[in-house]
Design a protein around this ligand. Structure first.
Ligand code: ADP
Length: 491
């Protein structure tokens, strides 16, 4: 019988019953670092006749994989081989070899006994596979598992199809499913499914289609059926050819944070409501002083009443801002857009600040593009947002400064620009300027009258209308805030 195993993609060898190498293919030689050769032209007439060493690579003895066994496990491996030979079944060992080059590799050796027609053992046909990469991966994985086993976050590994290969204790603790229940299932099948279909489609497209990490907040459920809020981050790990090898998912249970956030918002909302009534009463009582016979008040008393009124106005503003924020977060503000004359809305808002500008010695230039189309806006919310930009320009521009208000139509839609020659925003603070409660360092130290909620509101209003807000600013030179709304055709 002629056997040709030249092109087999797996290292293959034949040896006699005493372990003397009879033949091997080129993949076998390559694995041992012996070059691109094989014995006997890869053609052997039969195992029985080929008990001698093959001759074309430094003598067959040098090609016997046993010669390359690494110390110190050499003897143990040979003993194991012998022991397994006695079973008459497939022999399987995993061992380290020191290649001809001196490099150490891990190999997987499997061999089956071969028998002659009279059923006597003639030798073994075996395979030799380099599993170094797999071994490295397993070692790294083992170390990684040890590191993440006890971490509080939930960590899973899945194969490229999303089937769970590993789940740490955090997953068991949070979901209530044991590792045994989780492994082998599709990630999320046991604890997910509560978000709408689009969410999962986007997630899968991002990690599997685009091979990019995905982060989001979502709601999941435990084995008990109880729901929880989680923050997830899933990252595809790619091999050298750019194919997905596995996914690593990290999840954090944020139910507690969400609950605190909810309680905080409810508290702000309740407190603001409760504060509104007494503040309105104070406002009304102060106004009474002016309506009564004012001359009865001395100059000092008038000043005191004026101060009370000013402070009361500040409080009313703060309470209104806090209410706005809590309503935005609770999604309780209704946006009611209607066709609006943008210039008129801006001009009316600016009018309400003219006195304030004059008091501060700030001059004003207005450039309104005349032929602007009407635009779909909630007039009340938009006027409040425009008012925040104008009042900031006045507030952050010192005496004798200048403010320029411009409206125009450009590719972004209708754009309002409010430019001032004020204190500007330090470069390091610029990225946070639309965050809730954020105030730039220069504003915080020089002007205590502020709460950092105005721009947060402006950004929200812009977003609700499909528009946007942005700015250019340089510390000590001034700032220009732009607010743009898309032009929607009248239906
Ligand atoms: P605040 O009540 O503090 O003015 P905003 O949310 O309206 O709150 O603004 C946030 C921060 O942005 C301000 O505290 C200030 O640091 C900065 N800022 C806003 N507008 C201007 C401006 N026109 N010039 C300089 N800084 C500004």
């Amino acid at each position: 019988m002629l056997t040709d195993f030249t092109n087999l993609p797996i290292g293959t060898f034949l040896e006699d019953a005493k372990g003397r190498l009879a033949a091997f293919n080129s993949k076998y030689a390559k694995t041992l670092g012996l070059g691109d050769k094989s014995s006997s032209g890869d053609k052997i007439s039969s195992l029985v006749q080929s008990t001698g060493a093959s001759s074309d690579i430094n003598g067959g003895e040098n090609a016997n994989w046993r010669e390359y066994l690494s110390q110190p496990d050499k003897n143990a491996t040979l003993a194991d081989w012998k022991k397994q030979c006695k079973t008459g079944k497939t022999i399987h060992i995993i061992c380290r070899l020191k290649k001809a080059s001196g490099n150490e590799i891990w190999v997987d050796v499997k061999a089956n006994p071969a028998y002659s027609a009279d059923k006597s053992l003639t030798g073994y046909i075996g395979t030799l596979t380099d599993i170094t990469n797999q071994k490295i991966f397993e070692t790294v994985l083992e170390r990684f598992k040890k590191a993440v086993e006890k971490t509080e976050s939930q960590i899973i590994f899945t194969d490229p199809k999303g089937i769970i290969l590993y789940a740490n204790e955090g997953v068991e603790k949070t979901t209530g499913f044991s590792s045994a229940e989780l492994i082998g299932t599709k990630a999320g099948r046991l604890w997910g499914g509560l978000m709408d279909k689009d969410f999962y489609t986007t997630l899968w497209e991002r990690i599997s289609g685009q091979k990019q990490p995905f982060s989001a907040e979502l709601i999941n459920k435990k084995k008990t059926g109880e729901t929880y809020y989680a923050e997830i981050n899933i990252t595809p790990v790619l091999d050298a050819t750019g194919q997905i090898e596995f996914f690593v998912g990290i999840e954090r249970d944020i139910t507690y944070i969400k609950e605190i956030d909810k309680v905080k918002s409810e508290f702000i909302s309740l407190a603001s409501h409760q504060l509104r009534t007494p503040l309105s009463s104070i406002k009304w009582l102060c106004e009474l002083f002016w309506q009564e016979d004012v001359s009865k008040l001395t100059a000092d008393q008038k000043e005191v009443v004026q101060k009370v009124q000013n402070e009361n106005e500040r409080l009313i503003k703060l309470v209104n801002s806090l209410l706005n924020v809590s309503r935005i977060e609770a999604k309780k503000i209704t946006v009611a857009p209607e066709q609006t004359d943008f210039n008129k809305l801006v001009q009316q808002t600016v009018d309400s600040y003219r006195r304030h500008m004059a008091d501060r010695g700030v001059t004003l230039t207005e450039n309104y593009q005349s032929d602007l189309p009407t635009v779909l806006l909630d007039p009340k919310l938009t006027a409040e947002a425009v008012g925040n930009l104008v009042s900031n320009a006045v507030k952050y521009t010192p005496q004798n400064g200048h403010i320029t208000i411009t409206t125009k139509r450009d590719k972004a839609g209708l754009v309002l620009s409010v430019a001032d020659t004020g204190i500007g925003i330090p470069i390091n603070d610029q990225k946070h300027i639309f965050d809730r409660f954020f105030r730039a360092s220069n504003a915080n130290t020089t002007l205590t009258d502020g709460n950092g909620l105005g721009l947060y509101f402006v950004k929200w209003v812009a977003g609700e209308h499909g528009g946007r807000v942005w700015f250019d600013s340089k510390e000590n030179s001034g700032s220009t805030f732009h607010l743009a709304f898309p032009i929607t055709p009248k239906s």
